[in-house]
Design a protein around this ligand. Structure first.
Ligand SMILES: C[S@@+](CC[C@H](N)C(=O)[O-])C[C@H]1O[C@@H](n2cnc3c(N)ncnc32)[C@H](O)[C@@H]1O
Length: 198
């Protein structure tokens, strides 16, 4: 998916990207590939693959669920910024908190935020297990999200306590995760969550 196709595809979902936002995605791609030469951030480096498998896949969340654009989101195990940074580019009003246990990824994200001039993005070099114990984060976020981080039962235990009352936890998973889902349903119910597939 080349940048113009990406723009066109989002348009089908009534998301219109400005030239500033298009330039931010382009700069994101350039910085990702540059840093990836010395820091392991992603195995995907071909431009059209990055647009499809990282950028488009991250923003696709907004096609199925109506996101409140001024909401607070917490991205657990964000790696090189997925899904929260592409969402922040398309919805600049989002308040983003990113947690990752690898400091070199946090360092990349710090450089990325400066390069793209993104406001209201906080970075935490921490494990979700300890981050979730801190009183000021528990029950605080409108949306908690995690893409490709851990099995759903473990992830639910780490992420659901961070969600505000009536908020959402989005676990972005490959289509083949039905088995994980069966295992996780008990944990989700025990933690007071309600499962919705999308
Ligand atoms: C496979 S990568 C996925 C990155 C990104 N979400 C994506 O979709 O490309 C998993 C990320 O989760 C982080 N991670 C794994 N376990 C974690 C934990 N317990 N707490 C915080 N971060 C964790 C890793 O450092 C890594 O950056």
């Amino acid at each position: 998916m080349l940048p113009e196709e990406f723009r066109q595809k989002l348009r089908e979902y009534h998301i219109e990207l400005s030239s500033k936002q298009m330039a931010q995605f382009e700069d994101y791609y350039e910085l990702l590939v540059k840093w990836n030469q010395k820091t392991n951030l992603t195995t995907i480096t071909d431009k059209s693959e990055v647009y499809l498998k990282h950028f488009y896949d991250s923003v696709a969340l907004a096609f199925s669920f109506e996101l409140n654009q001024g909401a607070s989101i917490c991205d657990i195990g964000s790696g090189a910024g997925f899904p929260s940074i592409p969402l922040k580019i398309i919805f600049p009003e989002l308040k983003v908190t990113i947690v990752d246990s690898l400091n070199k990824r946090i360092n990349f994200l710090r450089a990325l935020i400066a390069e793209l001039d993104l406001k209201q993005v906080e970075l935490f070099h921490a494990r979700a297990e300890t981050f979730g114990q801190e009183k000021n984060h528990r029950g605080f976020y409108d949306y908690v999200m995690a893409r490709a981080v851990a099995r759903l039962d473990v992830l639910s235990e780490l992420c659901l306590p961070l969600v505000k009352k009536d908020g959402y936890f989005y676990a972005l998973k490959a289509a083949k995760s039905q088995e994980e889902l069966v295992e996780a349903k008990g944990a989700i119910a025990l933690l007071g969550g309600k499962f919705i597939e999308g």
